[in-house]
Design a protein around this ligand. Structure first.
Ligand code: AMP
Ligand code: ZN
Length: 122
């Protein structure tokens, strides 16, 4: 079976294109590992995507790297929530994995959703 390399996949990845500035998006946060943008189809007043700079896929990541990158995404999301002044009122962090969760972009990303009372997730 022929499988595509990570480089080949990242060339067609919307988040990699944004990172490479091939597609414009307002960068809300950036550090050496992670960047954040507004979700183009917001489901709440604040809906931000926190994304590793590197094209990585949740289900394929080696355990140690997964632990590291999830920590980095969580820390960045927490900082962004503070910056957007929603720390005390609360917010939701979500990673969708696979079809049943409605995942549409393979490149790992964490949704930061807030700015209103959210319905229970189901
Ligand atoms: P998921 O369903 O968890 O894979 O989330 C992918 C998210 O990316 C969706 O909420 C989309 O609205 C969002 N999205 C897709 N294209 C863009 C884009 N060009 N800029 C910002 N967000 C996007
Ligand atoms: Zn990518």
């Amino acid at each position: 079976m022929i499988t595509k390399s990570s480089d080949e996949k990242s060339q067609k990845c919307i988040f990699c294109m944004i990172r490479k500035e091939e597609i414009h998006s307002q960068i809300l946060y950036k550090d050496s590992d992670v960047f954040a943008i507004y979700d183009i189809n917001p489901r709440a007043p604040i809906h931000i995507l926190v994304i590793p700079l590197k094209h990585v896929v949740f289900s394929n990541l080696k355990e140690k790297i997964l632990l590291d990158i999830l920590g980095k995404l969580s820390l960045s999301a927490r900082k962004i929530a503070e910056k957007f002044d929603i720390k005390s009122e609360g917010y939701r962090l979500v990673i969708n994995q696979g079809n049943n969760a409605g995942q549409t972009v393979e490149h790992l990303h964490m949704h930061l959703i807030g700015g209103k009372k959210l319905a229970p997730e189901g």
